[in-house]
Design a protein around this ligand. Structure first.
Ligand code: GRF
Length: 201
């Protein structure tokens, strides 16, 4: 059984969807740890409600990003974590962290990458005027939202959309897509060849 750590800075609705999927057997792994860089993150309260170990690790207590990331790496090793799942984690990970977990860190981004990377993917898509956006689950590499794509789902943009309504529909799609990608990883079904992530039988 793979041991999963979820990193979240905010409300943690993807975390909730992941915990539900674990409970219903949709993910054949367990969430062993939730970490936040925000003391008041709702994600931490959600984890506690589910009886999952939840840690606030305060970036302000460390001199630089490498030191902070080293503490994260040590914690993950101590908890024997196999997969790190970023779910609204609002910090860039340093190469030190990424190299400690090669192709073992996933992220979900609220656009169809490589369109609209970085902050505010939903706002960017709406401002650009695209007719289709969506969400992307990808592995993390040392760039910003540039790692191999695992799964994507399209979400139509409608004329009446605001940032909120579009983000709501993208969120609904994320709650399906992320657990699916995590389960594929847990069942050793993902194989990366260069930039391409293949799903194997
Ligand atoms: C999601 O839209 C995700 O795509 C982005 O951050 C948001 C997190 O939302 N990376 P939540 O905290 O899971 O509700």
């Amino acid at each position: 059984m793979k041991r999963i750590a979820v990193f979240a800075s905010g409300q943690g609705t993807n975390l909730e969807a992941i915990l539900e999927a674990v409970k219903s057997g949709g993910i054949s792994g367990e969430v062993a740890l939730v970490i936040s860089d925000q003391e008041k993150a709702q994600a931490l309260q959600r984890a506690q409600r589910w009886g999952v170990k939840a840690l606030f690790i305060n970036p302000k207590e460390y001199k630089n990003r490498e030191q902070y990331d080293q503490v994260l790496v040590d914690q993950l090793k101590a908890d024997k974590i196999d997969l790190v799942v970023l779910a609204g984690f609002m910090r860039l990970l340093t190469p030190l962290f990424v190299r400690a977990f090669p192709l073992k860190i996933m992220n979900i981004h609220p656009s169809l990458l490589p369109a609209f990377p970085g902050l505010e993917g939903v706002e960017q898509a709406l401002a650009y005027g695209v007719k289709v956006s969506g969400c992307t689950v990808h592995f993390i590499d040392e760039g910003l939202d540039t790692g191999p794509v695992i799964l994507q789902e399209a979400v139509p943009v409608i004329q009446e959309d605001t940032i909120e309504t579009l983000h709501q529909r993208i969120h609904a799609s994320e709650y399906r897509l992320y657990p699916t990608a995590i389960d594929l990883f847990c069942r050793d079904k993902l194989k990366v060849e260069g930039r391409r992530c293949l799903i194997i039988d």
